[in-house]
Design a protein around this ligand. Structure first.
Ligand SMILES: [Zn+2]
Length: 730
């Protein structure tokens, strides 16, 4: 019988026929999905430590939250694909789990060997999900060296997840920093060669069992939790080839954690003794560290065998579950299969995430939070809550902006919103204290028929801040929040006070027809004098024309939030923010816009880049970094370069530093003074995009499109050089 980890329900029912999710499979990817198999129901109840769970295709997880509600997750398929192979350098890969949560389809996706591997976990209907790995990864990454990693980390089923009630922590105890460092994020460039994040292909060859973090020899390690006991399991003193340490914690709920650190220099505490949280226990990163001084971290979770007696609890080697104390981790091991099916590896990132969250709370850092969501019905008004969001000491006004994944938006800490159509939606909150921003997203499954009456949303397909967030997107942990949702930003100055107008469409997601739209400013005070808003059209074909005029205004940023109201429509009124930046400095006539610059935007969780240290500097792109599309060409994914320019005619080209591949071609869309052009680019033949005229300001842009591309498309840097004066009137 298959093992259900919680053992509460073990159902081995009839053969289920699982319909195949329709997803596109990139070239070179490995996808697996069932046509017919024995589906299992795996019942897990929330406990106060994170639960590792493995699932096969067709299996249903029934996770009961602490409040008694059960979240259903069916695994419908998994896939893995190489995003980019850099030679020399390494491999970035991605994997995906196609699931149905509370009846609605969703894809959980991960990137490995890009900054995206340090991610904010998904939270769906109150269930926090870390997609740990899928078996298809181990078919994709060639297994050469070290062999054991692939065996020990390979899931026994199609996919492995770490799961927790979103209201609960990774563990019940407040954590302490593990590594003596001040910042609350990890940088993938510090993972040994940039490839030894958890299950990163070491030297492009085999999945690395743990997480390597580079730091100086002699750095300190501190106990992130209380340990019952701890000891070397390998040491130079005992004749092994390295110093490897393991701490054991047996939680009251029966789970046993093994946390390991390798390459230690000196142990600062007596072995085989408890170790309280926060204790400095070792100096590290100094023994057999290869080409970079680093520490190797591992995280394993086991369940105590109830029928196996517990012997002396102060002896790690005798703790009741066999935790392979004699294994030779990492580089030198014989290929040993896992000795106990109850011991599962997890990404140490899961624990680092909690460590960073705890420290941010101790330091009262700005935090966005939203109360756990539960599945909803179409048309049902849902009260959302930002309770738990944390304001800094700043006395500035605290703003809340929400988006609901369907084009809808709201302001304030407790908005009401109803979904017009069924689906699985990301609900995102951005909090802003005028100085910093923070964000958080949770997903909600919505069932039921589309609503019968009109339902209002605003759409602006060309504005990144209006882009619908795909449900599969996860956030990079600690990444900046560059813009507020549903915000139109205008750049103006005395020499061109009136930039181009923008248009926002008024859309109906429901039935019937929208009433005539009206626009009001917050508080009913009317729009500021610099802002002109007009509505045009009628019924479901209405739009809002937004114009600004900075004549006579001082330099500065001028925001205004207006509300578009269609009386009688669900979710009316809808907010829209206009931000006017009046600049005093001169615009550029010659500029290279790099992926790290403010004028760069790439659709998130699609364009990813490596930090492989073995990649020669002249192949790392402009500024030492670039993003790529992984050779996949879906519609709606793009990378845009915008700059504040002098008026004139410009030569537009790609940077000479970008390591384009010979077979690549793709469309570039240029918005210029006379309109728009789409240029098919083959950068191996020519790096020139063309000659275009731009007005003064930031109305124009150059945009690489993933749709209809061939080969590996690289988004790195675009160069604009003014070659002539303006021929059009401003
Ligand atoms: Zn390592």
């Amino acid at each position: 019988m298959k093992d259900a980890r919680e053992g509460k329900t073990m159902i081995r029912p009839m053969i289920s026929r699982i319909r195949l999710a329709a997803w596109s499979v990139a070239i070179g990817s490995i996808a697996s999905s069932p046509t017919c198999l024995a589906a299992e129901t795996i019942a897990v109840s929330a406990r106060d430590t994170v639960a590792p769970v493995e699932m096969d295709h067709g299996d249903e997880l029934r996770f009961t939250l602490r409040n008694g509600r059960t979240v259903s997750m069916v695994l419908e398929g998994t896939e893995a694909a190489i995003v980019e192979r850099v030679e020399p350098g390494g491999i970035i890969y991605r994997f995906a789990c196609h699931v149905r949560i509370d009846g609605q389809r969703m894809t959980l996706q991960r990137f490995v060997c890009a900054q995206e591997c340090f991610y904010e976990p998904y939270v769906v209907d109150g269930l926090r999900i870390w997609p740990d790995t899928v078996k298809a990864v181990f078919d994709l990454v060639p297994v050469r060296y070290p062999r054991d990693g692939n065996l020990r980390c390979r899931p026994r089923k199609a996919a492995r997840f770490a799961l927790q009630d979103a209201e609960l922590r990774v563990c019940p105890q407040q954590t302490h920093v593990w590594l003596d460092e001040p910042h609350d994020f990890l940088d993938v460039g510090r993972c040994y060669n940039g490839d030894d994040c958890y299950l990163g292909p070491y030297l492009g060859q085999a999945c690395h069992v743990g997480l390597d973090i580079n730091h100086r020899a002699g750095s300190l390690l501190l106990a992130p939790i209380d340990f019952d006991t701890q000891a070397w399991f390998n040491s130079l003193a005992a004749g092994h080839n390295n110093n490897r340490w393991r701490g054991i914690r047996r939680w009251p709920n029966g789970d046993v954690w093994a946390l390991q650190t390798h390459h230690l220099i000196e142990l600062l505490v007596p072995q085989h003794a408890p170790l309280p949280v926060g204790t400095r226990y070792a100096t590290t990163a100094g023994v057999h560290v290869g080409s970079h001084e680093h520490t190797h971290f591992e995280f394993k979770v086991g369940r105590r065998h109830p029928d196996r007696p517990l012997s002396a609890p102060d002896d790690p080697a005798s703790i009741a579950w066999p935790i392979d104390f004699d294994d030779q981790s990492e580089a030198d091991s014989s290929a040993a299969a896992p000795k106990d099916p109850e011991v599962l590896h997890l990404d140490p990132w899961v624990l680092f995430w909690q460590i960073f969250e705890d420290r941010k709370a101790r330091h009262s850092e700005l935090t966005a939070a939203l109360q756990s969501l539960r599945p909803a019905r179409t048309g049902e008004p849902i009260m959302f809550s930002a309770a738990g969001s944390r304001q800094t000491n700043s006395d500035r006004q605290f703003g809340y902006r929400w988006t609901f994944g369907d084009g809808g938006s709201a302001t304030g800490p407790n908005p009401r919103y109803a979904f017009a159509r069924p689906g699985l939606y990301p609900v995102t909150i951005v909090v802003d204290d005028g100085r910093q921003r923070a964000t958080r997203t949770q997903h909600i499954a919505v069932s039921g028929p589309p609503v019968a009456g009109p339902a209002l949303v605003l759409a602006a397909p060309d504005e990144p801040s209006f882009r619908l967030r795909p449900a599969a997107v996860a956030d990079v942990y600690g990444g900046p929040v560059r813009s507020l949702p549903h915000t139109l930003t205008f750049v103006a100055r005395a020499s061109r006070p009136v930039p181009n107008d923008r248009v926002v469409a008024v859309r109906n997601l429901g039935g019937g027809e929208l009433a005539p739209a009206s626009v009001t400013c917050r508080g009913g005070a009317g729009a500021p004098a610099w802002l002109k808003i007009q509505t045009t059209g009628d019924g479901d074909r209405q739009s809002v024309q937004v114009a600004v005029d900075a004549t006579g205004m001082n330099s500065g940023t001028y925001p205004a939030t207006v509300y578009v109201d269609c009386p009688g429509a669900v979710n009316s009124p809808q907010p829209l923010t206009v931000s006017l930046e009046v600049r005093g400095d001169a615009p550029a006539a010659e500029v290279t816009i790099d992926d790290r610059d403010e004028g760069f935007y790439a659709t998130p969780y699609f364009w990813v880049g490596h930090r492989f240290s073995r990649c020669p500097p002249d192949r790392r792109g402009n500024g030492g970094f670039y993003l790529s599309n992984g050779g996949s060409a879906p519609a709606g994914e793009f990378a845009r370069f915008t700059s504040d320019l002098q008026a004139g005619v410009y030569q537009v080209s790609f940077s000479d530093a970008t390591p384009f591949r010979p077979d690549t071609e793709f469309d570039v869309r240029v918005r210029h003074a006379g309109g728009e052009a789409t240029v098919r680019c083959r950068p191996a033949t020519s790096r020139r995009i063309g000659r275009f005229e731009f007005h003064e300001g930031a109305d124009g842009f150059v945009e690489i499109q993933a749709a209809d591309s061939r080969g590996l498309v690289i988004a790195d840097a675009v160069r604009l050089e003014r070659v002539g004066s303006s021929q059009l009137s401003p």
